[in-house]
Write a protein that binds this ligand. Sequence first.
Ligand code: HEM
Ligand code: HEM
Length: 164
Amino acid sequence: MAALLMGQVLLGRYANALERSPEKLNLMMWHKSIGISLLLLMSARLVWAWINPAPNPLPGTAAWVRSASRLSHAGLYGLVIAIPMSGWLMNSAKNIPFRLFRVVPWPNLLKPDAGLGRVFEFWHNQLVTLLLVLLCVHVAAALWHHFYRRDTTLKRMLGWQESP
Ligand code: HEM
Ligand code: HEM
C-alpha cells in the first residue's frame, strides 16, 4: 500500500500537469480508480488495526516517545483516509462523471459546486504535502530505532522478530 500510495502521488502530479487530452483523461481514470481502491483497503486496514491493536512499545520506552509515536501513527492513518476522500469530494463537487476501472459507475457525494471543488482541490494537494513530511519523520524514526537505539521496532514491524 505504501508503494501504491507513492505511485499515486507521482501519477497525480504527472497527469495533472498534462494538457487536456485523451491521455490525461485515461491517466486520471487510473489515478481515481487506484485511489478509491486504496481508500477501501485502508478503511479495511483501519478496522483490522482496531480489532488487532499493535504490540505494546518495548519496555523502557520513554513517555515522550510513546506519545510521539501515537500522534504520528494517528496522523498517518488520518491522512491515508483523508487524501483519497478529498479526491472523491473534489471529483463530486466538480461533477466529473467517473467509472471505477472504467466499469463501475461511481457515486457523487455532493451537489455540483465549483467553489467547493476548488477548496477540495487545494486540500487534496496540501494533505499530500503533509503526508510526505510526516512520512520523512516516520522513516527517520524507524531508522533511529534500528541504528541508533538498536532496538527491534523495525524488525517487529517487518515480522522478523516476535514481540516480547
Ligand atoms: C491514495 C490516494 C491519492 C493520492 C496520494 C493522490 C494524490 C494526488 C496528487 C499528488 C495530485 C496532483 C495535485 C497537483 O499537482 O496539484 C492529485 C490530483 C488529482 N487527484 Fe488525487 N490522489 C489520491 C486519490 C484520488 C481520488 C480517490 C480521486 C478521485 C476519485 C482523486 C482525484 C484527483 C483529481 C481530479 C486530481 C486533479 C486535480 C485538479 O483537477 O487540479 N485523487 N492527486
Ligand atoms: C506511505 C508509507 C507508510 C505509511 C502510510 C505508514 C504508516 C504506518 C502506521 C499507521 C503505523 C502504525 C501501525 C499501528 O500501530 O497500527 C506504522 C508503523 C510502523 N512503520 Fe510505517 N508507514 C509507511 C512506511 C514505512 C516505511 C518506509 C518504514 C520503514 C523504514 C516504516 C516503518 C514502520 C515501523 C518500524 C512501524 C512500527 C512502529 C511501532 O511498532 O511502534 N513505515 N506505519
